[in-house]
Ligand binder design. Sequence first.
Ligand SMILES: [Zn+2]
Length: 130
Amino acid sequence: MIYHYRDDDGLEETFEAAGDAGEATATARQMLLGGWHGTVTKTTRLWADVTPEGETLGWRVSAEIEPPEPACAPGGHDWEETSVQGNGGGVIVTSTCQRCGRGRIKNTWDHASDGTILETVTYTETCTEA
Ligand SMILES: [Zn+2]
């Protein structure tokens, strides 16, 4: 079956997927991740519309891009939680690496650009603890 793909950046493509909608969704998700060439500093959700050829109604497909984890000393990061605070229906967990001093902020109740709830990760150059 032929599907039309259009991501929120305006990229349009046509692809073929065998079988059911699940197969088309998986393919579209791969296209979202593969088509992303920028870098993010915070977890970002991308969206695309998938519509079967000859139909007007499709569905939305999303995929999350994670920010690259910064380099650390040999042995890798050694994260230690320095604070946990409530945030809406979730929490914000701030950690500091015991080796390089970078910070990591995990927000389990953040929002994507479309307003949906999204668990995000952000890395900071230095410890953000006041
Ligand atoms: Zn580190």
